[in-house]
Design a binder for this molecule. Structure first.
Ligand SMILES: [Zn+2]
Length: 107
């Protein structure tokens, strides 16, 4: 183990917090508190700091370009491209388009 890697229990805790922050972001969006992007920022910092990586299901929940919290049908548009076996997610704030191939390993 290198000095920079964090203990497993810390990583598990970090992942729990990352998930919780996205729950808070969703609540913030519903309640229109304007805090959702801040929660996304915190979640991304948490994932980076503990080197846990963003869980696959959460990678579709924020814009990689502008950092906005993305909620399908609200702040993002989700389309599937069967031919390319990919989910295409568009950020409605900055117009950034992200592609997520599916049919691969999920988590
Ligand atoms: Zn964006």
């Amino acid at each position: 183990m290198t000095r920079s890697s964090k203990p497993t229990w810390q990583k598990e805790l970090a992942l729990e917090r990352v998930n919780r922050l996205f729950e808070l972001a969703e609540e913030a969006r519903i309640e229109k508190t304007g805090m959702e992007n801040r929660y996304v920022e915190l979640a991304r910092q948490m994932a980076m700091h503990y080197k846990v990586g963003m869980p696959r299901e959460l990678r579709t929940r924020f814009c990689r370009s502008c950092g906005s919290y993305l909620s399908p049908g609200s702040t993002s548009t989700v389309r599937t491209r069967a031919a390319k076996r990919a989910v295409v997610i568009k950020c409605n704030k900055c117009g950034n388009i992200m592609r997520f191939p599916y049919g691969k390993r999920v988590n």
